[in-house]
Design a protein around this ligand. Structure first.
Ligand SMILES: Nc1ncnc2c1ncn2[C@@H]1O[C@H](COP(=O)(O)OP(=O)(O)OP(=O)(O)O)[C@@H](O)[C@H]1O
Length: 227
């Protein structure tokens, strides 16, 4: 039985009073790798922000993991985010502590207490992204691609039901983008569900997958033609 992790039905997405996307109908199943594409300003980030509770959904229906986005309360947002792994274009690592320190910070903030368990989890997620030997480094000592790998490791810490990646390769050169994409592909093959917003069409061609496009205030599925 497919398990739905995200469902938007007739959803309208606003930025202030402006309708950015109207009548959005999107569904993701567990294990999917789905792209969200579209030109600058077409609404990709607004779509993603709605999913992690940064923009309020006020019209239509929206369910993500086991949360109802319609009428989501401020106090429930941290609990929703614990079930999501969020990866941003600019990595958002804390500059004043090491990679291990960054990951430990998230675990402690989400209730982990046992030192041994924390250390085991850090090693496990860093290994998954090929950064097992870099935990002692500070973010500024890593390349952009390495920092993004760490950000992906951080997203994996609490075994998220869905990973939301908003332009994860946006700050990376083409070769590094491919390396980061390989990491995302690997974790998807290991069962993680991923929704990735991107405007990098080269990646779409190299790693074809189900794709939704934002255009003229609408979101629709596009079918990639094999050339
Ligand atoms: N805080 C805001 N207040 C009002 N309007 C906003 C705000 N943020 C974005 N918008 C508008 O909403 C529309 C969609 O923006 P959004 O950032 O979602 O697009 P995007 O597809 O993610 O673009 P990009 O690829 O440049 O990040 C744009 O017209 C933008 O000007």
């Amino acid at each position: 039985m497919p398990e739905t992790v995200l469902q938007l039905k007739n959803a309208n997405i606003y930025q202030a009073e402006n309708l950015v996307l109207s009548d959005v109908n999107v569904e993701l199943q567990k294990g999917d790798f789905v792209y969200l594409i579209g030109k600058t300003g077409s609404g990709k980030s607004s779509f993603m922000k709605t999913l992690y509770g940064d923009l309020e959904l006020t019209e239509g229906e929206g369910h993500i993991v086991d949360f109802n986005l319609l009428g989501l309360k401020e106090k429930d947002i941290p609990f929703l985010r614990r079930k999501l792994g969020i990866v941003f274009q600019d990595f958002k690592l804390l500059p004043d502590r090491t990679i291990n320190g960054n990951l430990e910070f998230v675990l402690k903030a989400t209730g982990w207490k046992d030192k041994t368990e924390i250390n085991e989890r850090l090693i496990k997620v860093l290994d998954k992204v090929g950064m097992g030997n870099k935990g002692f480094k500070f973010p500024h000592e890593l390349s952009g691609g390495e920092q993004q790998r760490v950000a992906i490791a951080r997203a994996l810490l609490n075994e998220p039901e869905l990973i939301l990646a908003d332009e994860p390769t946006g700050n990376l050169d083409p070769q590094t983008s491919i390396e980061v994409m390989e990491v995302l592909q690997d974790i998807n093959k290991n069962g993680n569900t991923i929704l990735m917003a991107t405007h990098d069409y080269a990646l779409l061609l190299k790693y074809p997958s189900k794709t939704f496009k934002c255009d003229e205030n609408k979101v629709f599925e596009v079918v990639q033609r094999k050339s």
